[in-house]
Design a protein around this ligand. Structure first.
Ligand code: HEM
Length: 130
């Protein structure tokens, strides 16, 4: 229990959505502008892994806070950005499930928006610590 309290789960887990979101964007750029189908398929996989890695990131964030009811005016900007990111990424994946092949450039734009939201969330998280 002491180790659980001391170990900082949130800073450990948040790197996964950040890394996967940007890796996906890079792969989509290669797929769209070089016509590399393998990169396109890998990007779809990378996007899903990034999405699911949001769950431990958010859960550990609420652990750091000490519960759902501990959100206050100071933490709200970060928590709300994280929740918006989660809702956006969910909608994106639903759309992409049906239009994967037909909407390559839309998916590239959606991925860029995801990276922007990830950065906003992380920036506001950093504001809580630095
Ligand atoms: C929506 C649920 C989330 C909650 C409740 C939450 C909560 C917190 C809290 C309380 C902190 C202060 C430092 C700490 O106690 O660890 C923090 C820091 C931070 N969070 Fe979140 N967070 C959430 C989601 C996210 C997500 C999805 C990301 C990544 C995109 C993220 C990125 C960060 C970063 C970069 C910091 C600064 C950490 C550091 O440098 O130590 N958070 N967050």
């Amino acid at each position: 229990m002491t180790t659980l309290k001391v170990f900082l789960f949130h800073p450990a887990f948040i790197h996964f959505p950040i890394a996967f979101a940007f890796f996906e964007l890079g792969l989509l750029l290669v797929s769209c502008f070089r016509g590399d189908e393998t990169a396109g398929r890998f990007a779809a996989w990378t996007g899903r892994v990034g999405y699911f890695s949001l769950l431990p990131a958010a859960a550990s964030g609420f652990m750091s806070l000490g519960g759902l009811n501990k959100v206050d005016a100071v933490t709200w900007p970060h928590v709300s950005a994280g929740l918006i990111l989660f809702v956006w990424w969910t909608l994106r994946l639903c759309f992409e499930r049906f239009f994967q092949e037909k909407a390559k450039f839309s998916i590239l734009a959606f991925s860029a928006v995801t990276c922007a939201l990830v950065m906003l969330t992380a920036y506001r998280g950093g504001n809580l610590v630095y």
